[in-house]
Ligand binder design. Sequence first.
Ligand SMILES: Cc1cc2nc3c(=O)[nH]c(=O)nc-3n(C[C@H](O)[C@H](O)[C@H](O)COP(=O)(O)OP(=O)(O)OC[C@H]3O[C@@H](n4cnc5c(N)ncnc54)[C@H](O)[C@@H]3O)c2cc1C
Length: 169
Amino acid sequence: MTQTRIVIIGAGYAGLSAAKRLAGHAAVTVVNPRDEFVERIRLHQLVAGGDDATLPLTSLLVPGTAFVQATAETIDAAGRRVALSTGEEIGYDHLIYAAGSRSAEDAVPGAREHAVTVGDLDGARAARRRSRSRSAGRRSATASTRAGAGSGSAGRSDGDPLSGRGEWS
Ligand SMILES: Cc1cc2nc3c(=O)[nH]c(=O)nc-3n(C[C@H](O)[C@H](O)[C@H](O)COP(=O)(O)OP(=O)(O)OC[C@H]3O[C@@H](n4cnc5c(N)ncnc54)[C@H](O)[C@@H]3O)c2cc1C
């Protein structure tokens, strides 16, 4: 008997939870740009140097779950197909869209040019690099000033690990 095909876009918390629940009941394919799970709730710890906030996806996917490393670019609902950044297309019977959220730098004029983000892995890694280089160059600084924008989990979380560290002077 042909198994129901389920495609999951995004291997974050939601996508991986869905994949785990559905494994064994359908032919599950997970599509994600990276072959690692990004622990977004630890990105502020990455910026502070306490965690790398990633785990290999292979350690989290139930055996038998297919993984495609790509970005989903277009959903053809009528044809039940997803076009990927690799040029491939994959067909589905059911589609789960678990692509998460992203920082809204462009909603705040100046944020993209003058602020760091902890909302995604690339941004958090860039913030970490910036923090380390500033720390190395300004070890004698005695005061620092930071301003945070956003009161979601990221905005609230980044204060603690970074407070009191001279890296942000
Ligand atoms: C610093 C920080 C601290 C946080 N702390 C907390 C907390 O303490 N408690 C809490 O509840 N929440 C917290 N959050 C929020 C929490 O991380 C998010 O609510 C959660 O990550 C959402 O999970 P998700 O699976 O929906 O999306 P995500 O975790 O964002 O995963 C989405 C996945 O989809 C992928 N993707 C995106 N677009 C595509 C595409 N087109 N094709 C294929 N794949 C795609 C992404 O690469 C990613 O892997 C925090 C967030 C941050 C940034």
